[in-house]
Design a protein around this ligand. Structure first.
Ligand SMILES: [Zn+2]
Length: 390
């Protein structure tokens, strides 16, 4: 019998992946596994050194309060790569390093997609192209303080940790350690401050009450709009609100007993899509998110007397989200009419057809992306002179 000719296997060159999957908390640890909180995000792929340290970011885990370094995570280690990163954990500092890297990378990627160009940190603005660009440092456990901030002088994002309120900790345990580096919203907010500073000189100068208020509003807008890219959480909220994702609270998972709620699944809960940094707000005894996309009713007199930057900024956040939710309602009104005419009761979670929920989620995500693009591009176009290039 004639032997079968064996051809050599052709050599195939494989390109590197475009994206790196990494596990994160969609909101913060207090949400547990519910509401799509344990999720995997896709960040742009790059070769990483332990830290993680890459092209734009270097996580340096030095705790200045305890004068100690925590061992840096190696996201390129095969055991971690195969698991799409480390599993979410409050007690593993290496997961904290992964979380800050993932959310900061995602936020940078969002800006680059909207702007259509690569970003360059403010402290690199005047360096020549030949010089190696400096990276933005991230300190996930910088100090024992209920605070997080961007510092151009330190070229860093600095995250603190602190004990939750003993008397009124909300969803936290009394006195438990709260890590600001585990809050999606706080990381996205602080990264946005660094990104806005990278856009032009003097953007961060407090020329009037509106300048710092604008920066706080803009950073909140980026963090909040990113919620609508979390598909699982968005779908869950659409089902629980009957498509009305602008509701501040959502239906309980189970119908309430006639004598009142007997188990936690019968309790209504707040809508995580519209709240910002809930764990931080709870830990400070506020019993609610630190800030919200809703809850600032239109009032033309507010601008005359509200000067605290975050509160003044919330006027702009409310106006943009009002427009966003109005656009969502208009874009989905035909689907809702069809569903109503087919006698689907949209006020209860159980009756929202999965196909309809999917369509509504697609429209909400696309509208949020559109609005975030408008915000980022509008911010890029303000200012009098172009970004200096050499
Ligand atoms: Zn801020």
């Amino acid at each position: 019998m004639k032997p079968i000719m064996r051809k050599p296997v052709p050599h195939i060159t494989r390109s590197l992946p475009q994206r790196r999957p990494l596990k994160i908390y969609a909101f913060d640890p207090t949400r547990g596994r519910g509401l799509g909180n344990y999720m995997t995000c896709q960040v742009p792929y790059e070769n990483l050194r332990p830290g993680p340290a890459g092209k734009y970011l270097a996580v340096i885990d030095y705790d200045s309060s305890n004068k100690v370094y925590y061992r840096p995570v190696d996201l390129d280690h095969p055991a971690i790569l195969l698991g799409s990163g480390l599993d979410p954990s409050e007690s593993d500092p290496q997961f904290h390093q992964q979380m800050v890297y993932a959310i900061a990378s995602q936020t940078i990627d969002r800006f680059e997609q909207a702007l259509g160009r690569k970003i360059r940190w403010s402290f690199n603005r005047w360096s020549s192209r030949d010089e190696a660009d400096g990276v933005l440092r991230i300190y996930p456990h910088a100090m024992q303080e209920a605070n997080a901030y961007y510092s151009r002088e330190l070229r860093a994002l600095v995250f603190g940790y602190f004990p939750a309120s003993e008397l009124d900790p909300g969803d936290n345990l009394p006195g438990q350690t709260v890590f600001t580096c585990l809050s999606h919203d706080i990381i996205a907010h602080e990264t946005t401050h660094a990104l806005v500073d990278s856009q032009r000189d003097f953007f961060t100068e407090p020329t009037s009450a509106d300048a710092p208020a604008f920066h706080e509003a803009f950073a909140d807008l980026v963090a909040l709009f990113q919620h609508f890219s979390f598909k699982e959480a968005l779908l869950e909220m659409i089902k629980r609100t009957g498509g009305k994702i602008y509701r501040s609270s959502v239906e309980a998972e189970a119908a309430q007993s006639p004598d009142g709620p007997a188990i936690s699944a019968e309790l209504t809960t707040d809508n995580p899509m519209v709240g910002l940094a809930k764990q931080f707000g709870d830990a400070m005894g506020m019993r609610k998110a630190l800030r919200s996309a809703l809850g600032t009713p239109p009032n033309s007199r507010d601008l005359d007397h509200v000067t605290e930057p975050h509160v003044r900024g919330s006027i702009l956040v409310a106006a943009v989200f009002d427009a966003f939710f109005s656009a969502y309602v208009r874009r989905t009104s035909d689907l809702m009419r069809i569903a109503r005419s087919a006698r689907l009761a949209l006020d209860t979670a159980d009756d929202l057809h999965p196909d309809l929920a999917n369509r509504l989620a697609g429209i909400a995500a696309a509208t949020a992306e559109h609005f975030l693009n408008i915000c980022i591009r509008a911010d890029d176009h303000r200012g009098l002179r172009p970004h200096p290039r050499r």
